[in-house]
Write a protein that binds this ligand. Structure first.
Ligand code: GLC
Length: 454
């Protein structure tokens, strides 16, 4: 059949196809707007909560930390000898008596702080949160407050001091995790895996004990972040949370404190109920937080399944690890990525290798991650965006042929594929910006486009 390209019918056909595509674009743009309105939620955490309305988050510490975007979380202790979960396995499956005596065999003779911190640097991580005391109450530093600490192990060396000094030396921001609940301490009223309440427990005494420990962490170890946890239990109250926040800030006004110091956290999404609650940032757990430009947040996620070391624990793929980082930053959050070192003090080779793979990727694409903000475009089915100054980075995590963006606030001067190092064709006339993508190779984890704005 011969086609008459000038025929009315043919022109009508072309016109309707064009309208269809315009409608499709309009439809996509419509959803951009809807997402923009509803997807950005949450509260601006401000610091001291309703009791101390004038005690604001230290803004310069906050800015500094947010720009780092990627940190290492370390869950470690005598429990690694069993390979079960830290804190939670005390009493079940590890009997209380056995768990509480593990420290007598804890001798991580291959621990080397310089190697750990060197690995963080190779991985492109910029800060550390080390578990200084978990729910099991074992203290990982040379404390004056109890003998149940690292100095009573056969190893007998202050690992926290080694880490603090090494971080300082290698330029890594040093922070500590500290559990509010302490299931072993006689003054803390409840114990996981044991329905019996401690009759003679005394919260006032327990708070004094905590404050003495926190003073050591701040004044002797110079922790710059206090990452609280275990706040959900009944003996801990909103009032106590706000007071503890204030106490820590009185020791060092530059410290950042997560929202788990108080009672406002909403489950695993980690966002606080309102700014009545104390805390400087929100803490989504084992999930990427929601796009939120108002509330500072950090997702804590494990490289394997368990927080503490577990033999042959299932490990995440390189793709999952990197895409988790990219999605987190695209939502305007930080990623605190957890490893569990082995009982001898070594971080498993396969975990270390995975981290180095992340670091190698960050060497090439760090400009699209560090010191960026999430957005301005909401997370999409194809991926996320980040931005810094006059640059916008599009992270294409699922290959598509074309990306349509709403009109941006600045004129686009050019688009470069960081992945292929080529210029990318785009059309910014009309409704929005249409970017045609070349065929993306299968093994590309994140196809990164750099948009330069006027
Ligand atoms: C949970 C767990 C704890 C872990 C923490 C890290 O609160 O209770 O074991 O340390 O998450 O976010």
């Amino acid at each position: 059949m011969e086609i008459n390209y000038d025929s009315i019918l043919f022109r009508k056909l072309v016109k309707s196809i064009q309208i269809f595509y315009q409608m499709k674009k309009l439809y996509i743009l419509f959803w951009f707007v809807v997402f923009a309105c509803f997807n950005s939620y949450g509260q601006n955490l401000k610091g001291g909560g309703e009791k101390y309305p004038d005690l604001h988050t230290n803004e310069s510490s906050l800015q500094y930390w947010r720009a780092l975007r990627f940190g290492m979380f370390v869950h470690w202790g005598p429990v690694s000898l069993k390979g079960t979960e830290i804190g939670w396995s005390r009493g079940n499956p590890v009997p209380f008596e056995e768990y509480d005596n593990l420290y007598k065999k804890f001798d991580p003779e291959n621990f080397n702080a310089a190697e750990w911190v060197g690995l963080m640097k190779d991985a492109g991580m910029k800060y550390l949160i080390f578990v200084s005391k978990h729910h099991d109450g074992f203290v990982m530093w040379d404390t004056k407050t109890t003998d149940y600490n690292i100095m009573s192990t056969p190893y007998g060396r202050d690992v926290l001091m080694d880490l603090s000094m090494e971080c300082e030396k290698q330029g890594i921001l040093f922070g500590t995790y500290y559990s509010i609940c302490d299931w072993r301490h006689p003054d803390y009223p409840v114990e996981h895996n044991n329905p019996q309440r401690r009759e003679n427990a005394n919260m006032d005494n327990y708070i004094k004990y905590m404050k003495a420990q926190l003073k050591e962490l701040v004044e002797t170890y110079h922790t710059k972040i206090l990452w609280f946890d275990g706040e959900w239990e009944e003996p801990w109250t909103h009032e106590m949370g706000m007071d503890l926040y204030k106490y820590v800030r009185s020791l060092d006004d530059e410290i950042l404190i997560n929202n788990r110091v108080d009672k406002g956290r909403q489950g695993m999404e980690g966002v606080s109920l309102s700014d009545k609650f104390a805390g400087d940032f929100a803490t989504p757990e084992q999930q990427v937080g929601r796009f939120d430009l108002l509330t500072p947040w950090e997702s804590c996620i494990t490289i394997c399944q368990q927080w503490a070391w577990k033999p042959n624990d299932k490990m995440k793929s390189t793709e999952e690890c990197l895409q988790t980082l990219v999605r987190t930053v695209g939502g305007d959050g930080n990623l605190l990525f957890n490893v569990g070192p082995m009982p001898d003090g070594i971080i498993e080779d396969r975990q270390a290798d995975r981290l180095r793979e992340m670091g190698a990727w960050l060497k090439d694409y760090g400009a699209a991650i560090y010191e960026t903000k999430g957005g301005p475009i909401q997370p999409q089915t194809w991926g996320v965006s980040t931005s810094r100054g006059k640059k916008i980075y599009l992270h294409v995590l699922k290959p598509v042929k074309e990306i349509i963006l709403p009109n941006l606030s600045g004129e686009i001067l050019g688009i470069r594929s960081m992945t292929d190092d080529t210029e990318i064709v785009f059309d910014s006339g009309g409704l929005g910006v249409v970017i045609k993508l070349p065929k993306i190779k299968k093994n590309v984890i994140d196809y990164v486009l750099e948009l330069s704005l006027k």
